[in-house]
Design a protein around this ligand. Structure first.
Ligand code: C2O
Length: 533
């Protein structure tokens, strides 16, 4: 295994999209940011130098960070932010992981422009479990905001109302052809009769996306850096924080074909409805005629999303077995909901809040991992409820006087215990999709359904053989998802909705996992350059 060195200078840079120019926060002046390349078991050192006026931190989304929680990145959870003028070196090893992940800023809404791909190749000499592609290409999906996203969210928090939505989606940083603006969009040049591996990443702040390529089928082979049983589809569905590797076979002779990303949200709320456009083009001069899609799923096309999600299975081969926990030590039941709380200083006298089990998470002033490691009291409590306070009708309205509570409450897991977590969406305002991301672990998605989870009936249909293994999973609007994982990574691990607006409102919590007893089980001490609060 090798050591890979990267330098991330956080700098402002002017960027022009949708006919207007604004300064954005970037890594080394690039939007999207640089791709990090490594191999399984390599060690990665990223020196982050903060040259902007904002506090910064970077998260390596999906990297297990075994015993190195200090390098995980979420601000005030595992580290204090890197302040203007400061430097921090993220130092982590990609133990037993290979595939496509992403990195992104993990503070406020900076990840609107601060994100990039993390590509982990298999160990030297180890093949993919599918035919070797002719070429590989990173496809980063994101958003473009004409206004300053920090201003957008600060304004929303002050008013108590929902923030605005983005002005466009982007593919590799570009919205694609826009009327009146000189904008071509991203183009991938291809050759006939070859297979391409597309590493598709959704880095958008607030939107799940459909992704399609005109005239071509895609074969899904991996999600969230775990191999899947290959299956063919013409549409993929991808939530913020998720990655999907697909094989694209170039079965045409000539022409230019549309690549599109459009929003999926099964709730009557405002989203950025703009479809991002890119193209693939067969050899020769770039033609201006583009073969368009015969159809794109509408925003609320839940059946399309469900069909895709239900097709995902772990590869579960001899080389890559699915190690699903069968005996469960901790059975947890978390509701996720959006609610409205009183707010004296807000425009309407109320503000939108979001919660797991009726607890809207309050960010601490120093990092939780430091508080845990150095036994600093008064930063958090470890009494996060294992169940919601009342089992109200999950797809109906909330009981009277049911205000959301606030707190910095964690759930404590003994090292190596096994966990089953029911994630149930509720409808205190309206049911909504929630892509939930757990830091520090991969989990198995053993079950999923619409309506209320039925603990008597539904477990009979769990897939305990080859469930998909990932780090970010959608709770369907008004439905449920069940995940299982082993708490084999000591530290403090954030879990939150990866729709940034919901995280901001409090749809987040953290697990604290006690140290193991063995020499290779304990959390390492913090690096000497760990930022201070
Ligand atoms: Cu990709 Cu805590 O996030």
């Amino acid at each position: 295994a090798r050591v890979r060195h990267y330098k991330f200078n956080v700098v402002m840079k002017n960027a022009t999209r949708l006919c207007s120019t604004k300064p954005i926060v970037t890594i080394n002046g690039n939007f999207p940011g640089p791709t990090i390349y490594a191999r399984e078991d390599d060690t990665v050192l990223v020196k982050v130098v903060n040259h902007v006026k904002y506090n910064v931190s970077i998260h390596w989304h999906g990297v297990r960070q075994l015993r190195t929680g200090w390098a995980d990145g979420p601000a005030y959870i595992t580290q204090c932010p890197i302040q203007p003028g400061q430097v921090y070196v993220y130092n982590f090893t990609l133990t037993g992981q290979r595939g496509t992940l992403l990195w992104h800023a993990h503070i406020l809404w900076l990840r609107a422009t601060v994100y990039g791909a993390l590509v982990i190749m298999p160990k030297l000499g180890v093949p993919y479990p599918f035919p070797r592609p002719h070429m590989e290409q990173v496809i980063l999906l994101g958003e473009w905001w004409k206004s300053d996203t920090e201003a957008v969210i600060n304004e929303a928090l002050k008013s108590g109302l929902a923030p605005n939505v983005s002005d466009a989606h982007v593919i590799n940083g570009h919205p694609g052809p826009v009327q009146g603006c000189a904008s071509q969009g991203f183009n991938l040049q291809v050759e006939q009769g070859k297979t391409y591996l597309l590493r598709i990443i959704n880095a958008a702040l607030n939107e799940e996306l459909f992704f399609k390529i005109a005239g071509h089928q895609l074969t899904v082979v991996e999600v969230d850096a775990v191999y899947t049983k290959p299956f063919k589809t013409d549409t993929i569905v991808i939530a913020p924080g998720q990655t999907t590797n697909v094989l694209l076979t170039t079965n045409k002779a000539t022409g230019r074909y549309l690549v599109a990303a459009s929003p999926f949200m099964d709730a009557p709320i405002l989203v950025d409805n703009r479809t991002a456009q890119a193209t693939i083009h067969y050899s020769g001069t770039l033609s201006s005629t583009i073969t368009t899609l015969t159809s794109l799923p509408p925003k609320n096309a839940t059946p399309v999303a469900t069909k895709f999600t239900d097709s995902l299975r772990s590869l579960n081969s001899n080389t890559y077995p699915a190690k699903v926990p069968l005996k469960i030590d901790h059975s947890l039941f978390f509701t996720s909901s959006l609610g409205v709380n009183p707010c004296a200083t807000c425009v309407n006298g109320s503000r939108v809040v979001a919660d797991f089990n009726n607890v809207s998470f309050v960010m601490p002033k120093i990092s939780l991992l430091q508080a845990h490691f150095f036994n600093i009291s008064g930063v958090f409590t470890d009494d996060f409820p294992a169940k919601p306070p009342v089992m109200f009708n999950f797809t109906g309205t909330q009981p009277a006087n049911f205000a959301t509570k606030t707190g910095t409450r964690l759930y404590r897991l003994p090292y190596n215990s096994t966990v089953e977590l029911v994630l149930q969406d509720t409808g205190m305002i309206a049911p909504e999709n929630h892509p939930i991301h757990l830091h520090g672990f991969n989990f198995f998605v053993v079950g999923r359904g619409i309506g209320n989870f039925n603990p008597k009936k539904d477990p009979k249909n769990f897939n305990l053989v080859d469930p998909v293994e990932r780090n970010t999973v959608g709770i369907p609007a008004g439905g449920w998802t069940i995940i299982r994982f082993r708490a084999d990574n000591p530290g403090v691990w954030f879990m939150h909705c990866h729709l940034e607006v919901h995280t901001t409102w409090g749809l987040k919590m953290a697990f604290v996992v006690d140290n193991g007893k063995g020499p290779n089980e304990s959390l390492l001490p913090p690096p000497s350059d760990l930022p201070k609060c």
